[in-house]
Ligand binder design. Sequence first.
Ligand SMILES: NC(=O)C1=CN([C@@H]2O[C@H](COP(=O)(O)OP(=O)(O)OC[C@H]3O[C@@H](n4cnc5c(N)ncnc54)[C@H](OP(=O)(O)O)[C@@H]3O)[C@@H](O)[C@H]2O)C=CC1
Ligand SMILES: O=C(O)C1=N[C@H](C(=O)O)C[C@H](O)C1
Length: 242
Amino acid sequence: MARIGIIGSAGRMGNALQAAVAAAGHDFAGGIDKGGDPLELAKASDVLVDFSAPGALEFNLDAAIHAGVPIVVGTTGLEERHHWLIDAAAVSVPVLQTGNTSLGVTLLAHLVREAAARLGEDWDIEIVETHHRMKVDAPSGTALLLGEAAAKGRGVSLAEEAVRGRDGITGARKAGTIGFAALRGGSVAGDHSVHFLADNERLTFSHLAENRAIFAKGAIRAAQWLLDQEPGRYTMPEVLGL
Ligand SMILES: NC(=O)C1=CN([C@@H]2O[C@H](COP(=O)(O)OP(=O)(O)OC[C@H]3O[C@@H](n4cnc5c(N)ncnc54)[C@H](OP(=O)(O)O)[C@@H]3O)[C@@H](O)[C@H]2O)C=CC1
Ligand SMILES: O=C(O)C1=N[C@H](C(=O)O)C[C@H](O)C1
């Protein structure tokens, strides 16, 4: 049993995480939201779980380092500088960052990488995601994770090949690019489809989240797993043994 501290505890994921902590038999060490003190929370916790906002990340990582506790980062909308901060923190404490903590998406990323490795550049890759009307970032962290998986399979850099939205006279599709499209509306917990489109045939991989319990369950499993790890940066396939 571990004491789990939640950053973003009053949010949609925060509520799902509190339920998952109890369901897994752990102790809820406490939670903070905007204006809360992450160091105080970290000192009262064995492990932190952060599903809040990118602007909070630096303070949350500092708190984990100063208290010497592992941290799961589920927050999305991260930029390159946030990933540098995560790399730096991982020198001192175990850190797991992912755009999606569910078992289904973790397996999906593996399948997408395999498909991209086997299908040539004549198979165009397009990633479509749909989320609830309150989501503030696009493309979703999951869409970017799936894009990274496709790029790895192809042996290319996502930063160089990504096309993040189209509007107006865009010209014909450039071979080898990986496209993203985002839909927002209603209460959708999170739908993702990766389309491989060739002449005369199409292959589509999809994951549909029916609620947030799947993300919360995966995050708490990751938090528990981190407790036994050395400092370093980890990913969901390592947690789930995929
Ligand atoms: N990796 C994954 O599997 C998943 C990731 N997510 C990501 O998790 C994040 C949260 O999503 P969701 O719960 O829907 O969002 P919500 O807006 O419902 O909740 C965010 C919470 O974070 C709090 N918060 C904002 N700023 C800070 C801060 N500086 N310090 C501490 N807490 C802060 C908010 O508090 P306040 O209201 O006071 O501002 C709020 O309680 C998003 O980035 C989302 O994309 C979501 C689902 C799954
Ligand atoms: O904000 C959300 O809700 C979600 N965010 C994550 C993302 O950006 O991919 C994961 C999930 O799709 C729900």
